[in-house]
Design a protein around this ligand. Structure first.
Ligand code: SAM
Length: 301
């Protein structure tokens, strides 16, 4: 067996292979960028960025600094939440002239709790080619290192900032059997954990994936009942970026999964709570009493 030293990796044939991939013109490339560690960029992304005629990005300073780290200098176009439609028109024009356009966000995968979806939608609607260049995303990195054993996850992204709306959303998520994936800003992490503790059972496992791929990366798993104490035990834990994972509901712990909830909501729009629970029980085979409780919660929300 040939043993390759890390110093030899730069000479591996795969480095050349990335250059030989097809990078068609007149195409929008949706390019994932690192979520912290600058070396978490794919070979294909690097080649495409080198070839791109223009890079659409959230913040030209941040993306400019990233490109500089890769030795690149590119024309950039600011594409943020408030101007995506206008930018899309400009990009469509450029794509029609045969350009290669890269779309990036500040970190991770565009259109995942980040701008980009409207641009992709408009470009696709114009009949133009869109190619994803996959790479880092905080949600997937957190799930992969969590050890939570579940084939399903439900991507929540950012919870509402307002307490009442957040509570309503969490109550609706409580019965889901899938792992919940929540993005949270550092200044709201305490509020987030308090809100989780008010709605979910204290025995549910939670995983904090903090500062992933960065110097102070920390991945901590504990029962929800111990989570607030963990966050407060170190002031640094209210800094940095977080993904919070919440273990899904135990299969028979509650009435609902996403499908039962969907059916219940449709029925609630037409029937009384009692009738909706009874019909939902017949359709889903789940317990009527549990569905009744759930229907009451949905009505109150
Ligand atoms: N598009 C990105 C992705 O693919 O993951 C997400 C962008 S969203 C605006 C930023 C949020 O992602 C942060 O508030 C945090 O919840 C999460 N995040 C981003 N980078 C992270 C990191 N290095 N460690 C932990 N969470 C991170």
């Amino acid at each position: 067996m040939t043993v390759i030293q890390s110093s030899q990796i730069a000479q591996l044939p795969v480095m050349g292979e990335a250059a030989q991939q097809s990078y068609p013109t007149a195409t929008l490339y949706v390019v994932a960028t690192p979520i912290g560690n600058v070396t978490d960029i794919t070979l294909r992304a690097l080649h495409l960025l080198a070839l791109a005629d223009v890079v659409a990005c959230e913040d030209t300073r941040k993306t400019g600094a990233l490109l500089t780290r890769f030795g690149l200098s590119k024309q950039m176009l600011a594409a943020h939440q408030h101007n995506e439609r206008e930018v899309a028109e400009k990009l469509i024009e450029r794509l029609r002239h045969g350009e290669r356009v890269a779309l990036v966000s500040d970190a991770g995968t565009p259109a995942v709790s980040d701008p980009g979806a409207r641009i992709v939608d408009a470009v696709r609607a114009a009949g133009l080619n869109v190619v994803p260049l996959p790479g880092a995303s905080a949600a997937v990195a957190a799930i992969s290192a969590s050890g939570l054993v579940n084939d399903r996850f439900h991507f929540v992204g950012f919870l509402p900032a307002k307490a009442k709306q957040r509570e309503t959303e969490l109550a609706a998520l409580k019965p889901l059997a899938a792992t919940l994936v929540i993005y949270e800003a550092p200044h709201r992490i305490v509020d987030c954990v308090e809100a989780l503790a008010a709605v979910f059972e204290p025995a549910r496992q939670v995983v904090f994936a903090r500062e992933l791929t960065k110097l102070f990366e920390e991945i901590h798993r504990c029962p929800l009942g111990e989570a607030l104490a963990w966050v407060k035990a170190d002031a640094n834990r209210e800094r940095g970026e977080f993904v919070v994972l919440v273990e899904g509901a135990a299969p028979d712990a509650d009435a609902g999964d996403a499908e039962a909830l969907r059916i219940l909501d449709i029925l609630l729009a037409e029937c009384s709570v009692k009738q909706a629970a009874s019909l939902a029980a017949q359709i889903t085979g789940r317990k009527k009493n549990a569905l009744y409780e759930l229907a009451l919660q949905r009505k109150r929300a």
